[in-house]
Design a protein around this ligand. Structure first.
Ligand SMILES: Nc1ncnc2c1ncn2[C@@H]1O[C@H](COP(=O)(O)OP(=O)(O)OP(=O)(O)O)[C@@H](O)[C@H]1O
Length: 616
């Protein structure tokens, strides 16, 4: 058995060497050489796109007008700032639907023949596997899911993609992705975003949030054909900015956007630290509509005037609570508030995460205008996708215990190419030393953490995804957002200090309707986590060991801000409800009666006039 694992290490090494040689920076570069500048893309080709009077009228359906230009095709050369005024929201959704997409082949003028087809670029077998499996998603698991929205005039949800007017090209890509129907967060958030509304959305890990913010952005850019951007040889003027906290997540989002925007004429570029900046400059110089970035590299590009944010219409923060946490907040404020980005109410802002503590919501509200809060709860107990276990393991026994788990996994047939194990540790040093120990004991493992070079990180991720090294030892750098198919088991070798971090870590398994297992090693060092962990497991109807409950009863508070208890079955609830100013609360679907969900943590439900909730 060990021999075959050792073989897989050898295979992995050679494959990675080959991969690294062909793609040293991990950047997938389109071979397309004939990028069509925005001002030329506006011209429709008579042969492919017959004139359609409906499309000679710019859409103001976003509820945002202005940005000048659209009707006149004006160009703001010379750095003059466009009129960024916006019509007041009427909350009605802006009449987007039925506006004639079906008569078009897609977005603006395209040179599609040079675009790399992301759907056949499958040297990465995992992608092919995951796509096939999208049809097999257990959507029934989502039927009972509780959903809350709050805000003024919330647009109604949809049940199918067909009900949403996203445009033919995007619809075709959705079919190519084998997305049969929208997930709950997509059902609610896409109509909200298409109506031009700002959004703070909180939905469980692996529930399709990426598509939820990408579809409206791509569709909006495709629609607004007449936007002209300033011409400056070295400065890029993206229309949309998607920020994420890690390089790997930014790359993943970039890959997703490339698939969703295939043959739409919408150009996406990714920039992140650790990769050569010159290549990213060159890519930006060829033009960009959607820029996916990590904050540090973007600040660098802004300071060098390689990127201007003055044309930004869509801003999306993925893992938004992390982005506004102490570590990132200054950079995010700089990007969003201190450069040249249009203010809230002019641009459209979308914040997404699986967790949204109220103090972060308060900060985030600075970036939003008249926004809707959307909370999609976890799936019900009978269908909960992640089985959570917590085991008492002394520090000195952790390694042998891990080995037992991995052996048990192999014996029960869980291990192999189709079944990966992600092990979280607290520090980079511990990651390296555990990986080394696993390796010398015959377990092919690799590691990802902040002290590794970007090339090493990308190589490790590829090796893990492909199953060549089926164990990945990681710090929190891999805790958020990464969508790796076939992660069957997440082991919290070291528990985090914050329950929300735990939620994101275990969310690397049990994604998109699949099931997964999460095991946590607990000992005295983690006593502050006993209460929030026990609460979380109880909420999810998991078996909570008696010893953990005893620990929990001894520690009334802990787990960082013990934030989860505030959110009950949701990863967060609208903090504005505490202020109770004319907020309309709607409750949709699922959860019979809503009784029995006491929101501990001090939320008193002091709703104002006109506020209703099934959760009261
Ligand atoms: N409508 C859909 N039908 C089928 N599969 C989908 C659909 N929407 C998304 N997916 C798939 O679900 C998986 C998880 O999606 P995604 O990575 O966007 O989750 P997420 O909510 O952002 O998770 P996290 O909170 O961990 O970042 C992806 O593999 C994606 O391709």
């Amino acid at each position: 058995m060990t021999t075959s694992w050792a073989d897989s290490v050898a295979d992995s090494a050679s494959e990675n060497a080959a991969t690294a040689a062909s793609d040293s920076n991990g950047l997938k570069r389109p071979t397309r050489s004939s990028y069509v500048p925005p001002h030329l893309r506006n011209r429709q080709s008579p042969s492919t796109d017959p004139p359609d009077s409906l499309h000679s009228v710019p859409s103001s359906a976003n509820g945002r007008v202005g940005f000048g230009g659209p009707t006149t095709g004006l160009c703001w050369a010379g750095g003059s700032r466009p009129d960024l005024g916006r019509a007041a929201h009427n909350g009605s959704g802006g009449g987007r639907r039925g506006s004639g997409w079906s008569s078009r082949n897609g977005g603006w003028d395209r040179r599609r023949e040079h675009e790399v087809n992301p759907f056949v670029d499958d040297d990465n077998a995992e992608r092919a596997i995951s796509e096939q499996e999208n049809t097999g998603i257990n959507f029934e698991a989502y039927d009972d899911i509780p959903v809350e929205t709050s805000g003024d005039n919330v647009p109604p949800p949809v049940n199918t993609f067909a009900e949403i007017d996203l445009g033919d090209s995007l619809n075709q890509n959705i079919r190519r992705c084998k997305y049969v129907k929208p997930t709950p967060v997509q059902r609610y958030s896409i109509p909200i975003s298409l109506a031009g509304r700002d959004l703070m959305a909180c939905a469980q890990t692996g529930s399709g949030k990426t598509a939820a913010f990408c579809f409206p952005i791509i569709s909006g850019i495709m629609r607004e054909q007449y936007v002209q951007r300033p011409r400056a040889a070295r400065t890029a003027y993206p229309l949309a900015l998607i920020l994420s906290p890690t390089r790997e997540l930014s790359c993943q989002i970039h890959d997703e956007v490339k698939k969703f925007s295939y043959q739409t004429g919408v150009k996406v570029v990714v920039t992140y630290g650790g990769a050569p900046i010159n290549q990213q400059w060159r890519e930006l110089e060829r033009g960009v509509d959607i820029l996916v970035a990590t904050p540090g590299r973007l600040v660098d590009l802004l300071e060098r005037a390689r990127v201007s944010l003055q044309m930004i219409r869509y801003l999306a923060l993925d893992e938004a609570d992390r982005m506004l946490d102490m570590g990132f907040e200054p950079q995010i404020r700089k990007i969003v508030e201190q450069m040249d980005m249009p203010p809230p109410g002019v641009r459209q802002t979308m914040l997404f995460s699986a967790t949204f503590p109220k103090e972060i919501q308060r900060l985030a509200s600075d970036f939003l205008s008249n926004y809707i809060f959307l909370a999609v709860g976890r799936v019900g107990s009978s269908t909960d996708l992640i089985v959570q276990r917590v085991e008492f393991v002394h520090e000195s026994d952790k390694r042998s215990h891990l080995m037992d788990l991995i052996h048990a996994q192999k014996e029960s047939g869980m291990q192999g190419k189709q079944s990966l194990t992600l092990v979280f540790v607290e520090t980079k040093k511990r990651a390296d030393s555990l990986e080394h120990w696993l390796y010398v004991n015959g377990f092919p493992a690799t590691t990802i953490h902040g002290d590794r070079t970007q090339q090493e990180r990308e190589k490790a991720l590829r090796s893990f995804k492909s199953g060549k090294t089926p164990i990945l030892v990681a710090t929190d750098v891999a805790a958020r957002g990464l969508d790796i198919p076939h992660v069957a088991h997440v082991v919290n070798f070291d528990l985090p200090n914050d329950i929300d971090d735990y939620v994101h870590r275990i969310g690397r398994t049990g994604r998109a309707g699949k099931t997964g297992l999460a095991t946590a090693f607990f000992n005295e060092v983690n006593s502050s986590m006993a209460r929030p962990l026990a609460d979380l497991m109880q909420e999810a109807n998991q078996e909570v060991p008696a010893w953990l409950l005893r620990y929990a009863s001894r520690t009334s508070h802990g787990g960082g801000r013990n934030r989860r208890s505030w959110g009950g079955r949701f990863g967060g609830r609208d903090f504005r409800r505490e202020n109770s100013f004319n907020r309309a609360m709607d409750y949709h679907g699922g959860a019979k009666g809503g009784g029995g969900y006491g929101f501990s943590g001090g939320y008193g439900g002091r709703y104002g006039q006109g506020v209703t909730s099934a959760w009261d």
